[in-house]
Design a protein around this ligand. Sequence first.
Ligand code: TEU
Ligand code: CA
Length: 559
Amino acid sequence: MKKIWWKEAVAYQIYPRSFMDSNGDGIGDLPGITSKLDYLKELGIDVIWISPVYKSPNDDNGYDISDYQDIMDEFGTIEEFDKLLSGIHERGMKVIMDLVLNHTSDEHPWFIESRSSRNNSKRDYYIWRDGKNGAEPNNWESMFNGSAWEYDETTGQYYLHLYSRRQPDLNMENPEVRQELADMIRWWLDKGIDGFRVDAITHIKKLPGLPDMPNPHGLRYVDSAAGHRNIEGIHDFLQQFKKTYADYDIMTVGEASGAPISEADRWIGEENGAFNMIFQFEHVNLDFGSDGRWDFGPWDLAKLKQIIKKWQTGLEGIGWNALYLENHDQPRSVSRFGDPVNYPKASAKMLATFFMLMQGTPFIYQGQEIGMTNVVFNKLSEYRDVEIYNYYRERLMDGKDVEDTMRRISYRARDNARTPMQWNDSVSGGLSEGIPWIGVNPNYHDINVEQQVADPDSILNYYKELIKLRKANEALIYGKYDDWLEEHPEIFAYTRTFEGRMFLIVLNFYANHPELEIPLELRGRGCRVAISNYSRPEQLNDKFKMEPYEAIVYELNPS
Ligand code: TEU
Ligand code: CA
């Protein structure tokens, strides 16, 4: 396996609206990010991924882009971006930008032209179709609920939008579109950025003929076949994009919902893969109910073990994992997989140990490093996400129970991850001196950066230690992953092995005291406790009871 900088990096995702506000308008911005670079450096971060900061009417908080080569007014100017970029580089860190290729905003000049007449030169930049029998061209549904088609009176045709109706899908079949996007990519790379996180990339190719799908409703967010997800031929497009950045030393991560591991070589193969790594979704889709994403159910440790094993051992020697538990689209991990009420600290540290020490590049999402939790909003009007309003409307139209709908929203809302970063105990948690664009989680009095910096036992300081540990030990970066105790109902255990060195990671995922029995093959060796969220003696007993949400990392002596 090749050694390379982005495999050794620890990444941190910033959702700029909610990170740090510099001018009191309640909205995080670029100078705000610049003012927190020392915090990130101190944490041990190497690569910062910034969610979209381009010009946008903010129907989907910047994922609807109206100018790819300019900065959103609320976030600042291109000069402020350049300042941020040099601030990052001066500190020896790198930055990757969000690259949204599947769609633009309906306010992008291409779309304004495209919708103006059927003969416009940009008409074919988007996907226009006639209606069928007075209805939509096909039965596809938007990922944000409702039909994926919007009728446009001016020209009497429908356009396709897999996300909100204000995010028309680009027609990737058109070589001019691909050329425009490639030019834009090079423009950013020539500016000196260090790579991309590529948005919703499995959707850029649509099934030729755009046929009806058997179960369009069930397809939302579920990693199964759809007329617009991982369609044959997508790799021709991806390889073409790859050529545009072949001569830059960058890092690329594709957001690749529905890319199967059987195609790992084409997606992330070391030589010919489209990207360096992909975000896969299986472990964060674990708590879907039978009705899909909005219908949540209990998650199953046995299934989590299977999924992790599949990706950890399945990519060995083929490609590299992107490791994550959170991002701006997911509920907070302590609220999902831990216990934010009884064991907020222990469970947040356990989850950190779990995902940060596997094979791959870890991505920490802002606030995860202090154990931020889901928010409780009681009124619909407290939410900001377009997706929630679409869902709510559809449920009401279907005559569904309001209370049940609100319960589903409060669990699954993407806004759970988008509340203001909790910097300190001052009004609104320190995001802004003004009123934040979305309500702060009232638990900022107890959960905030300032207090955790001062507390040696905090989640934040644990993350720092964990990052140091990972960086100091190649076994924790390049080491082979093996799973242990496959059948254990409560304990997750794995080892990382490299050039004669071995780490054993044991994790209790529950609030119980399960008995840990060390597998015979791993017994009888001396060890040191490399890190742990309780205090543990420097010896590995063959059998012992674990504490609630305990995490222990042993470095075993060579056998
Ligand atoms: O998300 C894409 C997205 O919604 C996936 O998470 C989804 O599960 C998958 O595409 C279903 O196959 C990205 C961004 O992260 C999100 O914030 C945006 O709203 C979205 O694209 C549209 O740009
Ligand atoms: Ca601001």
